[in-house]
Design a protein around this ligand. Structure first.
Ligand code: C5P
Length: 210
């Protein structure tokens, strides 16, 4: 039995009190991973951005809004966990300046200056103990496997799940699970729950190696 932390869903970055940047991540992959891990007897905590899907009752769920909040919650909870599965699609950009009042339309183009948000996986990978593991996701439109391997090395993940843009807000997925040396451990397709089972199965050696 492992203690598994799962990030899930999108995050939001506000421009002003009512408008925000986000993406179409549904949280379904995170929910399927939580179900699969619970069925295998693992203890599960999900850190989720705003989603409209439910998470399984057996999971502890922490809700966050922004990428910074998701990072802070992962940094708080990961030290008590064996593994992190980063299925979230955190918003990668935030406005350099967040307006405290609603931006008023004036008929002119609105110039926004965006800066990158922190990378949650890369940040916690730097703090990771030898007895902990991290599974990242790479969603790419081109050169999927190559870019996933580069991302796995840059973010120091132990496994990488490579998937395409059709995964977003979909009921099904098609993935390749890559080991740290770049070899393909498994391919899985179909309902997100079936894909989640293959991913959780692939983490078994990581947990057993603890
Ligand atoms: O967005 P990107 O393709 O770089 O995401 C790859 C992996 O990094 C995913 O597992 C995602 O959850 C994670 N990520 C993150 N923090 C970000 C952006 C992505 O942890 N700010």
């Amino acid at each position: 039995m492992a203690k598994i932390l799962i990030t899930s869903g999108p995050t939001r970055q506000y421009l002003d009190p009512v408008r925000y940047l986000t993406n179409a991540s549904s949280g379904r992959m995170g929910a399927a991973l939580a179900e699969s891990a619970l069925d295998r007897g693992h203890q599960v905590t999900v850190i989720t951005g705003p989603v409209s899907i439910p998470y399984p009752a057996g999971a502890q769920v922490k809700s966050v809004l922004t990428t910074d909040e998701m990072l802070a919650t992962v940094e708080e909870l990961f030290p008590q966990c064996d593994g992190l599965i980063a299925a979230a699609a955190p918003c990668d950009y935030m406005p350099r300046r967040v307006r405290s009042e609603k931006i008023a339309k004036d008929g002119e183009p609105l110039q926004l200056e965006l800066v990158e948000t922190p990378d949650i996986v890369a940040t916690v990978a730097r703090q990771k103990r030898n007895d902990q593991w991290i599974v990242g996701f790479a969603l790419e439109t081109e050169d999927q496997r190559f870019r996933a391997i580069v991302k796995m090395q840059r973010k120091c993940c132990d496994l990488m799940v490579s998937n395409g843009p059709t995964a977003i807000n979909s009921l099904s997925n098609e993935v390749e699970i890559l080991a740290a040396d770049g070899t393909t451990i498994a391919r899985a397709s179909g309902a997100k729950r079936a894909v989640a089972d293959a991913i959780i199965q692939a983490t078994t050696p990581l947990t057993q190696g603890l």
